[in-house]
Design a protein around this ligand. Structure first.
Ligand code: ITT
Length: 202
């Protein structure tokens, strides 16, 4: 059994492989196909962008496709970077540059009186998943989120993206210090995926 995920993000691929392996399913991503059309992610919401990715790739392959649109919403930045999370530091964005940009933006707000304070702002990761079926034109959408804090005490080498600066008080660790299994049990992506699987069982 194969699940096609319309993503070019290796961190997402790793997490989907881990999750679907538990269901005896193998994952294929955009790295396994060539000549697929580019998706223009110009939607204003995570759900809109997830549908665009699933539909573009699903219609091109003529097969059901799952897509993930996700990002980080930081309270002190009025919800930014949000749907712009992947490209936050510009055209040549990398995880490293995005993290630096986020800490720089929050540093400029001079939050609080205590300059030693490492928890800079409440934040949430958000994930929209869309499973699109080109033969019926139908799709299922599910959403997940996880709340935490942006910390200047960057730590951990697991996960991807903003994980090293996303602090979870219940673990006293950043998301990047969790195992794949632990991350999946609490993450925005894990929540959305369990909801999707529950809906498919109905
Ligand atoms: P695809 O569109 O090809 O799937 P992408 O990286 O461009 O890959 P998005 O447009 O959904 O994906 O952007 C998501 C960004 O949000 C991602 O690049 C990270 O910076 C951040 N992000 C999403 N989920 C995350 C997670 O679990 N941990 C850390 N950062 C995450």
């Amino acid at each position: 059994d194969i699940v096609i995920v319309a993503t070019k993000n290796k961190g997402k691929v790793r997490e989907f492989e881990h999750a679907f392996a538990q269901l005896g399913k193998q994952v294929k991503s955009m790295f396994d196909y060539s000549d697929l059309p580019d998706v223009i992610e110009d939607g204003l919401t995570f759900a809109e962008n997830a549908l665009k990715k699933a539909k573009t790739v699903g219609d091109a392959l003529g097969l059901p496709v799952l897509a993930d649109d996700s990002g980080l919403c930081v309270e002190a930045l009025d919800g930014q970077p949000g749907v712009y999370s992947a490209r936050y530091s510009g055209e040549h964005a990398t995880d490293q540059l995005n993290n630096e940009k986020l800490l720089q933006e929050l540093g400029q707000l001079k939050l609080g009186e205590d300059t030693e304070q490492s928890l800079l702002s409440p934040a949430s990761f958000i994930c929209s998943l869309v499973l699109y079926n080109p033969s019926s034109g139908d799709h299922i959408e599910t959403n997940g989120s996880v709340s935490g804090w942006i910390t200047s005490d960057v730590a951990g080498v697991g996960g991807f993206g903003y994980d090293p600066l996303f602090y979870l008080s219940q673990y006293d660790k950043t998301m990047a210090e969790l195992s794949l299994e632990e991350k999946q049990s609490i993450s925005h992506r894990g929540v959305a995926l369990r909801e999707l699987i529950a809906q498919l069982k109905k």
